[in-house]
Design a protein around this ligand. Structure first.
Ligand code: 9MR
Length: 466
């Protein structure tokens, strides 16, 4: 099987970034040239005609380990905050795109499509909105939509035109727009967006509409009436801020019924929160939940893509809004891939082979750990692997190490998120400077590319914590 040039390029780029921060060992990199090195989630999604993306926010754009994942793993980005009204029109008639432009430029530089978020929403509004006389607000709203969607014309594939306009019982939320303009404000916003950017797909976006219920029924009725009246609408965004073990059983059926109205569906803000701290059982449930959600989308042709609401647990909105909850995403705070990552990876068609897990309890601080070794890509003469270390002890670690014996012909050529030493056939990897601390029940992970001969067997692997 041969890999598209882009795939090899991205894998190698990610490797180079990672190696720069750790130890570059003096062996040639086994390039996955004609190869099947581990694809990214974006590449897997693209192979299924979808995108898999992440939201991001401006403060994280200067964080190199963060942007290495953001730019390398996803084929779509949502502007998490800075396209909202308070940022784009801080004073009436004065528009500022400085921050959002940075994110859009980042996406362009990494071949990622952009979902615009969001034009009309009751939240994150500038204070001056409240002083606009009722008779002027429709004009103000049209002007805002025309300017923002006009500025990003051609740069944004979807716009969340109106966000969160309904209450849980399906009645209209009493936002300033609802109160001063009335029921027609949603249609007016969509018409203004179509005029400003005729090629952007126009979405209505909301939370708690993933399953069938009063709220999703209200959105369903809205879309149906728009279709009947010829008001432009192209898609429904289901935010999918979900809770561990509580993925609604009707998700696929619900996506399908919207598709049957003649609109696309996107899962726009997926995260699955749990009571913290994480543990192995919760991680496994979360992986199952992510798998369920991805499968539901893939089962409906018009479900065009999935966006997670940022990708790392260290950059999630959850803990600040739901104290005691978090760990909702697919990478941990140190950008290690969690079981939920691999669930998404596999649901999107990626294959992982050969997993071995070994438990060692001889940590220098009496704290135990497990190590899981996973081959995520193999090609003639080479392979890519990921090792996840879980702290199964009762105290946080300050460091960890993992060891295994390389089979005949196996080498480790290039390794990231850890520090490699080899002695004969014995490979030892210690934590990098930034990922030695693993919380109780938390994980850290490193990856590498190597050369192999013959069957490339998975080794017996040991771990120890310090
Ligand atoms: O992630 C956003 C967070 O940084 C903001 O403080 C918050 C303000 O309400 O908005 C978050 O994003 C929201 C999104 O725009 C709409 N759906 C819910 C998201 C999480 O609150």
């Amino acid at each position: 099987m041969s890999a598209p040039a882009g795939r090899a390029r991205r894998v190698l780029a990610a490797t180079a970034v990672a190696v720069a921060g750790t130890l570059a060992v003096g062996m040639a990199v086994a390039a996955p040239s004609s190869a099947d090195a581990a694809p990214t989630l974006g590449q897997l999604a693209a192979a299924k005609g979808r995108y898999f993306g992440s939201a991001t926010d401006n403060p994280t754009l200067d964080n190199a380990p963060y942007t290495a994942v953001l730019g390398g793993e996803f084929n779509q980005i949502t502007v998490g905050n800075t396209q909202k009204w308070m940022y784009t029109e801080p004073s009436r008639g004065q528009f500022d795109y400085t921050q959002a432009d940075r994110i859009v430029a980042f996406a362009r530089a990494h071949d990622q499509v952009v979902r615009g978020h969001t034009l009309v929403w009751h939240n994150q509004l500038p204070g001056w909105i409240d002083t606009v006389p009722a008779g002027e607000l429709l004009g103000v709203m049209r002007n805002h939509v025309a300017n923002v969607a006009g500025h990003y014309r051609g740069e944004v594939v979807h716009w969340d035109v109106v966000n969160e306009a309904f209450e849980e019982d399906g009645t209209r939320r009493q936002s300033v727009f609802q109160q001063k303009i009335g029921d027609g404000y949603i249609a007016e916003a969509f018409k203004a967006a179509r005029a400003a950017d005729p090629n952007a797909k126009l979405y209505y976006n909301d939370y708690n509409i993933e399953g069938i219920g009063a709220k999703s029924d209200a959105v369903y009725d809205l879309v149906k009436s728009f279709k009947q009246q010829g008001i432009p609408i192209d898609g429904v965004g289901m935010q999918a801020h979900l809770i561990l073990g509580q993925v609604p059983g009707t998700v696929q059926r619900n996506i399908q019924r919207f598709a049957d109205l003649g609109v696309d569906v996107a899962l726009t803000e997926l995260d699955i929160r749990m009571n913290t701290p994480r543990d192995a059982a919760k991680d496994a449930q979360q992986a199952q939940d992510y798998r369920t959600v991805v499968n539901a989308c893939l089962a409906v042709t018009r479900c065009v893509g999935i966006t997670i609401w940022d990708f790392s647990d260290g950059y999630s909105w959850i803990p600040s809004v739901f104290p005691g909850e978090g760990a909702a995403l697919i990478y941990d705070e140190n950008f290690a891939k969690k079981p939920s990552y691999w669930a998404v990876y596999e649901a999107l068609g990626g294959t992982t082979t050969t997993t071995t897990t070994t438990t060692t309890t001889t940590g220098d601080n009496g704290t135990g750990c497990t190590a899981t070794y996973r081959v995520v890509g193999q090609w003639h003469g080479g392979y890519q692997a990921e090792v996840t270390v879980r702290n199964t002890g009762t105290a946080a670690t300050t460091g960890w190490r993992v060891g295994w014996t390389l089979a005949q012909g196996q080498t480790v050529s290039s390794l990231w998120n850890g520090v490699l030493t080899t002695s004969g056939q014995q490979a030892t990897v210690r934590n990098a400077t930034y990922n030695g601390r693993i919380a109780v029940n938390g994980t850290a992970a490193f990856g590498f590319v190597g050369a192999s001969a013959g069957t490339n067997p998975a080794p017996v692997i040991t771990c120890a914590t310090t």
